[in-house]
Design a protein around this ligand. Structure first.
Ligand code: DLL
Length: 441
């Protein structure tokens, strides 16, 4: 009994919270949700909406079940109140601003006070630790530094953990390879597509990163598939760990896989997770795929209530073999906005990736080109021949991939195989879809 307790308390960087019994976690969540409502209440915009939903005062919420009656927030709310309209305190009291560019209109601006930065660093340290990073490790951080939350978020977490951080940022890939080898990094942080680009550049330079000291990879910020994980793990000597986050909620550090690689633990002492039907917004039972909705429980400068992430995932609260009690997100397959509807069939780029990757004669790079033929959407998959695969074979490879996509996903795509190196390489988030359809169609 004693031994079991001792073993249990060693799970995670913050064992007492990471393995907290679910009833205690729920009590903590309710207490923190009330505090968050109290902060949100300072904003007339939030107060009016909450009152309209039947809440007379922040303390009026008596159970987590009542959360479902509160109104959602969406990305447009942040844009409409650009730049600082949703902050619960004056901007002069904050310590940091980040922004995500987005493809249309104004960027989305998020703010942190000193306490928020402290919480974020703690959660990132916990996230890195959960992935397998330890104090004293050299952490090569190839996430972009700047307004993007990836670089600075990981950086603060690695420092808080007591690791040695190399602030490489994105780009200059040849130099990154040299630094990884020379400094002996044990942990690599990057988008999965950039991790592959690093591996590829190393191979082209005749450097075998499989002989490096790398052991842990924290890959996220974009959707990726199981075959992509296998591809990365074959080319780099790492356990490839998925981690998820978004700037509106905090940045990286919202959810991460443990060594089981079986779903991403969402840190429920800081966030409430719901999955809803994206069309009706009705709550979905555990295990069903739908839109992830997140409420922050400790963010002070920018409390977010029931934020509709547009990300599609499934949630489980089944116990995990690692001993952590926090719910798991079962991979984020993609954004609702990135979902293609091809002749009535919904498909995410990551599903096509899963069919494409691991084909022997193809390199693990691709782009989907959307076009319009008459009144119908048309998809072309641009794939790339693996080095050494002669042009005479490309057509056969293309036919084979088109056939597999048809039989496994049910959609018809044209497949074009291009010469090695023809497709753009990512330095951050990969661009998987080029939409050439006429605007407004
Ligand atoms: O990408 C934060 C981040 C940085 C996460 C580094 C992980 C690592 P944004 O730029 O605001 O923030 O983009 C957030 O990226 O809503 C998802 O659509 C997507 N995304 C992030 N992580 C994953 C993941 C950062 N692991 C948006 N799997 C999110 C799938 C992901 N999609």
């Amino acid at each position: 009994m004693l031994a079991a307790t001792a073993a249990r308390t060693q799970v995670g960087l913050h064992p007492e919270v990471e393995t907290m019994p679910r009833e205690r976690l729920a009590a903590l969540q309710l207490q923190r949700l009330r505090q968050t409502l109290g902060r949100a209440w300072r904003l007339p915009w939030q107060r009016d909406r909450l009152r309209a939903a039947g809440l007379d005062a922040p303390g009026d919420l008596h159970s987590l079940d009542e959360l479902g009656a509160l109104p959602f927030m969406v990305k447009a709310d942040l844009r409409d109140q650009y730049p600082f309209g949703l902050f619960a305190q004056p901007v002069s009291e904050l310590a940091r601003l980040h922004a995500s560019s987005g493809t249309t209109g104004k960027p989305t601006v998020v703010g942190y006070n000193a306490a928020d930065l402290d919480t974020w660093a703690e959660l990132m340290a916990r996230t890195l630790h959960c992935a397998g990073a330890r104090r004293g490790d050299i952490v090569h951080n190839a996430y972009g530094y700047g307004l993007f939350t990836g670089g600075l978020g990981m950086h603060a977490g690695a420092e808080r953990l007591g690791a040695v951080v190399v602030p490489a940022s994105g780009g200059g890939t040849e130099r990154q390879v040299a630094l990884i080898m020379d400094f002996g990094a044990r942990v690599l942080c990057a988008t999965p597509s950039y991790a592959l680009a690093i591996a590829e550049v190393a191979e082209a330079q005749g450097i075998d990163l499989r002989q490096s000291k790398l052991r842990v990879g924290l890959f996220g910020a974009e959707p990726w598939s199981e075959p992509m994980r296998r591809e990365i793990e074959a080319r780099l000597p790492v356990k490839a760990i998925d981690n998820y986050g978004l700037s509106e909620i905090m940045g990286p550090g919202v959810a991460v896989e443990c060594e089981q690689q079986d779903g991403l633990h969402g840190w429920e002492d800081h966030f409430l997770f719901e999955v809803v039907d994206p069309d009706t917004q009705a709550p979905l039972p555990e295990g069903e795929a739908g839109e992830l909705v997140i409420t922050t429980l400790t963010k002070q400068a920018l409390p977010m209530l029931r934020y509709r992430t547009r990300d599609i995932t499934r949630l489980t609260r089944e116990p995990c073999d690692c001993g952590r009690t926090h719910a798991r997100l079962l991979r984020v397959s993609g954004r609702n906005d990135d979902m293609l509807i091809v002749r009535g069939i919904n498909v995410f780029p990551s599903q096509i990736e899963a069919v494409l990757l691991g084909r022997e004669r193809l390199a693990p790079h691709y782009q989907l080109v959307l076009d319009r033929h008459g009144s119908l959407d048309h998809v072309t998959l641009e794939a790339e021949a693996a080095p050494g695969v002669g042009a005479g074979q490309w057509e056969g490879v293309a036919r084979d991939v088109a056939h597999r996509i048809k039989s496994l996903i049910g959609i018809t795509v044209d497949v074009v195989v291009r010469e090695p190196g023809a497709l753009p390489r990512s330095q951050g988030k990969a661009v998987r879809v080029r939409d050439l359809r006429p605007k407004g169609a």
